[in-house]
Design a protein around this ligand. Structure first.
Ligand code: GLN
Length: 482
């Protein structure tokens, strides 16, 4: 078996057994990065020395007879809005261009404890606001399938790093689709767990009631292995759920009997690109062939998700980003004679934040201001409840919901000029966050866009904390569509 066809579980077992060194795995990925990341720009920063040192420490542990853990020698890329003591955490913003965290995020600590190696920090849309990674202050990430196209966003760097084989897996954050949409556009797996399943401690907050960390990988099984190590209660995050942690890596390949797959008519919208719609229809045929029952379900509030999201997420962002004022954190403008403190705040924030982040802060401040709060924010929260109820009703009829992740395959860099057309990329992903349920994107097939072969992602959604059903169902689709 070539290393390409081995699962991450097998590769880590080889490292733990001492038949392959963690160091050789790091060197292989560093060589891939050296060869191709100049063109792709998945990374903001590659931690070559730290990764080598950690690999050597793992190999020394193995030589001394110690078990480094289930992720022994797994090479992971980290979205650059997840803090690490190593290197900088920039959120791809000028505001934090030189920020160094005094602590590691809980997910980082957990990966280390499981024997993983972090190889570097990946590019994103500034503060995770965007769907194309074009909003990064440090340059666009290119899609490994076609360098003239976007990798999706906001975790475009993590998706591209996995697709380009710069690492075994990566972490991202998903507030409205930022793991699943770039995974779809880059042809890899991207998994957003239930809200509260994974600690957010050390994730730079965007929309705190929506944010969730999750893995990217090349297969469902690999994503599951990484996910297993991330879960569990964390006293540092009060929204982290106190749920029993069960490992799923050893169960993910088990087929589900009598699987009911809901297909909402709203997900078969005529707005989907024909190539994307075709992949969904093929998946429905494949689902029937694997013995699943296809159930019609209704999610009529689907189109309202974007409007609700663009009230709630900016409202929370405007409050979360208030701390970046040039005094406590972040870029500080040069003072001119006569400038007062308020001028310093204004100048620092105007210089440090890019246009999309400024737009979100203004939107959020507006919808929270007295007089508009009831009309926008409160109303959005009410519709949020209705969207959640709608999913609850749908899940009485089915176990998982199937659709496409993105209405279009990867688009050209610079191709979406106005913010609204970018926001519409997330029409199928935002409601997952609004309802707090888990969602996964995996490759469903390919589109031919003028002779260019581009991956098309399928999304499965499941009830809150039904990750086992979700991952096992996704694994069935992965096999059926291979
Ligand atoms: N694309 C969405 C936005 O721009 C979602 C981003 C995310 O999930 N972080 O807000």
């Amino acid at each position: 078996m070539s290393s390409d066809t081995k699962t991450l579980t097998q590769l880590c077992a080889e490292v733990a057994a001492g038949t392959v060194t963690a160091r050789s795995r790091v060197e292989m990925y560093l060589a891939n990065i050296a060869q191709r990341d100049g063109a792709i720009h998945a990374f903001n920063e590659v931690h070559s020395d730290a990764a080598r040192a950690r690999a050597d420490a793992i190999d020394a542990d193995v030589a001394a007879g110690k078990n480094p853990g289930p992720l022994a020698g797994a090479v992971i890329a980290m979205k650059d809005n997840i803090v690490m003591r190593e290197g900088r955490t920039t959120c791809s913003s000028k505001m934090l261009a030189n920020y160094r965290s005094p602590f590691d995020a809980t997910v980082v600590t957990r990966l280390y404890a499981a024997g993983a190696i972090v190889i570097g920090k990946t590019n994103l849309d500034e503060f995770a606001m965007g769907s194309s990674t074009e909003n990064s202050a440090f340059g666009v990430t290119k899609n490994p399938w076609d360098l003239t196209r976007v990798a999706g966003g906001s975790s475009g760097g993590s998706a591209a790093a996995v697709a380009a084989k710069f690492c075994d897996a990566a972490l991202g954050s998903d507030t409205g689709g930022s793991i699943r949409q770039p995974a779809a556009l880059c042809g890899c797996v991207g998994f957003k767990p239930t809200y509260g399943r994974v600690s957010r401690y050390g994730l730079v907050a965007f929309g705190s009631s929506l944010d969730q960390i999750g893995p990217f990988a090349r297969t469902i099984a690999d994503a599951t292995l990484v996910y297993d190590t991330l879960c569990g209660l964390d006293p540092h995050d009060s929204t982290c759920a106190d749920m029993p942690v069960v490992t799923l890596a050893d169960k993910v390949h088990l087929p589900l009997k009598q699987l009911r797959v809901g297909v909402p008519r709203e997900y078969r919208s005529s707005d989907n690109a024909p190539s994307v719609a075709a992949v969904l229809e093929q998946a429905i045929v494949a689902a029937r062939a694997m013995g699943a029952e296809i159930v019609d379900v209704d999610l009529p509030l689907t189109p309202l998700g974007i409007s609700i999201y663009y009230v709630i997420a900016p409202a929370e962002a405007s409050s979360n980003l208030a701390r970046f004022d040039g005094i406590r954190y972040g870029h500080r403008a040069t003072l001119a004679p006569g400038d007062d403190l308020e001028t310093l705040y204004c100048k620092s924030r105007a210089e440090g934040f890019g246009p999309e982040v400024q737009r979100r802060i203004m939107l959020g401040t507006y919808v929270l201001s007295s007089g508009y709060y009831d009309a926008y924010y409160k109303r959005a929260l009410q519709v949020r409840r209705l969207i959640k109820d709608e999913f609850d009703r749908a899940f009485t009829k089915c176990d998982v919901i199937l659709g496409v992740t993105s209405p279009v395959p990867a688009f050209e860099i610079g191709g979406k000029k106005d913010p609204l057309s970018m926001y519409l990329c997330d029409v199928y992903t935002v409601n997952t966050n609004i309802a707090g349920i888990p969602g996964i994107s995996f490759n469903g097939g390919f589109a031919d866009e003028g002779g260019v072969k581009l991956p098309v992602g399928l999304q499965l959604q499941a009830p809150a904390f039904a990750e086992e059903t979700l991952l096992r169902a996704a694994s069935m689709f992965e096999r059926a569509l291979a």
